[in-house]
Design a protein around this ligand. Structure first.
Ligand code: COI
Length: 356
């Protein structure tokens, strides 16, 4: 039993590490999972029963409420080893804040900071050997909460489980992405849940994305639900453009996830005295800039994808080819700076790295 702050975590170590199954020279995203996972349960209106156990299947009743009505939220975050071999999390307190924003919207209990952070710290310390150190690689961390009542009436669950597991991760996209502007299906509406990390937001994206992929694109750009003119997010990422040296991205609101990578990129751009605009941007404006030759860069930002350059935008039967990604000044610089901060090679002036 390990006690820290107010959380007592029961630790059951695996008797057989699976780390020898991991090829550190060939890591893809989301396929292999580290040795342990963290769990805590909410019942009688409080969180408790914190434990770390070997990663593996969990028993669940078929009537578990989350499986039916989608009371399921998650986070994506990453741990790194810097050049000194220290283990660091990137902005974990922001993930904690965001999971509780998701929890409120989905009528779920907030997870206290000590559970979130202590669970993370203990788990990642135990499995630190799983953190890859190759450029662009990291340990992807997946905290999530689900409603666990065995009840199929539609109401908020009275019981919940919080899990954290981790997965060594390489790059999410291994080449610049081709995107299609989606003008029939919608991801999010005003008053909806687009701004939270609810599992259903991802499930609903699969069919439109599959249709775009059948047409040769990698991802879609979601547009506003009313007019399908304003560009919102791309796949699982926030979307950014550099037009005439100005960095432009959709403003936060009901339909946009408050991405932590989004915020980090905007913060660095402002540090560098670049002009930044968080405002609506329409497909017409982007096509116009493309015609004028002022559309310098388009890219997605996200925890899993980090900075994903966009090479091509499809809209109404035409494809707009963007400038070669190698010559893109801002996105290459910001991707490198983020990697430098994570590896301890650049000053962490915003205190984003959290040593554990
Ligand atoms: C993340 O970037 O963490 C995401 O949420 C993407 C994930 C769904 C793969």
């Amino acid at each position: 039993m390990v006690t820290k702050d107010t959380v007592s975590i029961d630790v059951h170590k695996t008797s057989h590490s699976r780390i020898s199954e991991l090829d550190f020279n060939n890591i893809s995203f989301g396929k292999q999972f580290s040795d342990h996972m963290f769990m805590a349960d909410f019942k009688n209106n409080q969180w408790g029963d914190a434990q770390i156990v070997p990663y593996g299947p969990v028993m669940m009743s078929p009537s578990t409420s989350a499986l039916h009505y989608g009371q399921a939220i998650f986070e994506g975050m990453k741990a790194y080893k810097n050049d000194k071999g220290e283990v660091l999390l990137f902005r974990p307190l922001d993930n904690h804040k965001r999971i509780n924003i998701s929890a409120e919207r989905m009528c779920m209990p907030a997870i206290p900071q000590e559970y979130f952070l202590e669970g993370l710290k203990q788990l990642i310390k135990m499995d630190e050997a799983w953190i890859p150190t190759a450029p662009g690689a990291s340990l992807y961390i997946r905290p999530f909460i689900i409603g666990t009542d065995e009840f199929i009436g539609v109401k908020p669950s009275d019981t919940y489980r919080f899990y954290i597991f981790t997965s060594p991760a390489g790059v999410y996209y291994n080449k610049p992405v081709k995107v299609l502007v989606e003008t029939s299906f919608i991801r999010a509406v005003e008053g909806g849940v687009g701004y939270v990390k609810a599992s259903g937001n991802y499930g609903r994206s699969l069919f439109p994305t599959k249709l775009a992929q059948q047409r040769g694109y990698d991802q879609i750009i979601w547009t506003d639900a009313r007019n399908h003119r304003y560009l919102e997010e791309s796949g699982t990422m926030n979307l950014m453009f550099v037009i005439d040296d100005v960095l432009i991205t959709a403003p936060l609101g009901d339909t946009i996830l408050a991405g932590i990578t989004r915020d980090s990129v905007l913060t660095l751009a402002r540090d560098w005295k670049m002009k930044v605009q968080e405002r609506k941007i329409s497909i017409d404006e982007v096509i116009d800039a493309h015609k004028k030759g002022t559309l310098d860069e388009a890219f997605g930002t996200g925890t899993a994808a980090t900075i994903a350059p966009i090479s091509q935008i499809g809209f109404e039967g035409k494809d707009y080819i963007l400038p070669d990604t190698k010559g893109r000044i801002f996105s290459n610089r910001v991707a490198q700076e983020l990697e430098n901060i994570r590896k301890g090679r650049a000053a962490d002036i915003h205190n984003w790295m959290y040593k554990i």
